[in-house]
Design a protein around this ligand. Sequence first.
Ligand code: GLY
Length: 379
Amino acid sequence: MTSPATAAAADILSVDLGARSYDIHIGSGLIERAGALMLPVMNGRRAFVVTDDNVAPLYLPRLKAALEAAGIAHAEAVLPAGEGTKDFRHLEVLLDAMLAARCERSTMVVALGGGVIGDLTGFAASVCLRGLDFVQIPTTLLAQVDSSVGGKTGINTARGKNLVGSFHQPRLVLADIGALDTLDHRQVLAGYAEVAKYGAIDDPAFFAWLEEHGPAVVAGGAEARRYAVATSCRAKARIVGADEREGGIRALLNLGHTFGHALEAEVGFTDEILHGEAVAIGMVMAFRLSARLGLAPDADAGRLARHLAAVGLPTALPGNRAWEAGRLLDHMAGDKKVKDGKVTFVLARGIGQSLLTRDVPAAALRAVLDDFVGPVRQG
Ligand code: GLY
């Protein structure tokens, strides 16, 4: 197993996509150095920063100072924090602000924030003046280990999440570990679900490392966090480099997401269940289904659930509402990853041995959901 000390030198990773390749920097103090780090990938000396009203007071002054120190002129847009900002209306507001600030083809757009800001900004950059370069500066754990890497951008519509968007790779990702210090504990945990996902997909040694060091990652150990983010980004970079447009193995990154999406849809994509919490429960469901189908040992399903619970993530459906297996199945059927009417599942032969399948017997799926839903609650 790679130790944190061994990985210390490897905190600049590359996403290998030919002419669209880019680096991911992982470490502390990167926001303060952002201007100097951006200059080599810029065609000019102008930037447009997009952030939200939670992140702006914390990190925008530092980022602006860094841009100024590097001689980069900049304008900014500060949008309301929250998932509601990832919609057509705010896309229009943002594009108008970019055009009003006289963004040019050579202007570098900068997304400073979590997944909402990264996804919206990347999409705006991809359509503004037929495509501007952009830099991701993710400030949440979830954005650092998942959404800022790989070029998926987009917005939500009334018909579902992320249904309008583009593949638009950033020119650079700066994952400043220090930004996680101001992150709400529940958000840290939600991001941690995506970290554990990489171990569960195809890296049993990383999963074992997380079993030992996960509590430090969650509690705020800078070195543990840096190693966890770097290992996660390395996995994502490898998978995206092999399958940018999700024609094959990139779909493994959806481990826990088909079930998780159904849970999120059932609560109306509200804070009642955060995305990462839904992924945690969804991964446990995927492993339970794998065990029921005889693919994975029961022991591995238990091991995954025990680890997620040990760091404080939910592994069962919250008891505050009456869940119905039929409704969850309906949400799954509406998932955007359905192909020819069949849901693609990410299942596993064990920890670190995930696989894709569209051949899941309906009875087994129903039985697993029934187990999680439990007896119908009264009142
Ligand atoms: N979040 C999954 C992916 O980027 O493919």
